[in-house]
Design a protein around this ligand. Sequence first.
Ligand SMILES: [Zn+2]
Length: 310
Amino acid sequence: MKKVRKLLLGIALIFMLLGVFIWYPSVITRIPFSAPEAAYQNLDEILAHPQPITIRTYSTGINQTTLGGIMNLEHKKAQNIADKVIDIPVNVGLVQHQDFGAYLIDAGLDASYVDNPYGTNTGIMVAPYLARGSQEPNTHIAAILEQEKIQLQGVFLTHLHTDHTAGIVDLPKDIPYVTGENERYANFRFFMHNDHLAGIDELQEIDFAEGIDLPLLGKAIDVFGDGSFWAISSSGHSAGHVIFLINGVDEQVLYTGDACNDHYQFETGIGPGTYSSDLEGGQEVLERIILFKERYPEVKLVYGHDLKTH
Ligand SMILES: [Zn+2]
């Protein structure tokens, strides 16, 4: 009996150690993002006071995926839409504020996608589950920043899925990286492993409970405290997904990330698909974006995986 018990204990210990070994790369220190007080209290006021901020969108490569991955084909409006393979750009937003400098929204695909369709991702779940990426040389975001001699001040992430974090491997590490609260980072040895966040000491997390309520869109943080750049809670595609409002003098933009992947999703009103963690939440967020656009048609919509805008 004793021998059997020892053997079982030994096996349990081996499994525990193996579990820690697999899970450990996902652990990163998280600290709260300290949000300034909001300069304005509602969307009418915000949009009536545009600020010296701009955004440009770059495609860092192409992901080959399926329509059902980005769009819920079980939706009643999708009855006549068949699943198919699609090519979608992987966007990054470059935000530049006259006083606060340059920030990114997402990091896109890194330089390794020029030679490898899975970039730095390795593990048994990569080929069955991840989209195949491709990239022309020098179109990753770090190359673009260098060509334009832009000094990056920080990176805001709509969420931590691999096509949005990959480009971090080419970026400086001594700047803030900011994500939404409760956003999971899947990085597991043997299964799906990429170490995109390696070298970053800590992730800053936005706690939207501290934000103000912007009816139509949801809880929001005034990132710079001057009404120019707003992070808005949009849990659905992923638990801590964030969309961004860029309130510029030249143009006002809602950057939707994967809360609305492309113009077709916006036009059909069919929410995110199988890549999303919460289909109902994702549908609800998309409907909020559609209502927002109806109320504020002057605000341009820029999508996470489309170069066409609305
Ligand atoms: Zn994506």
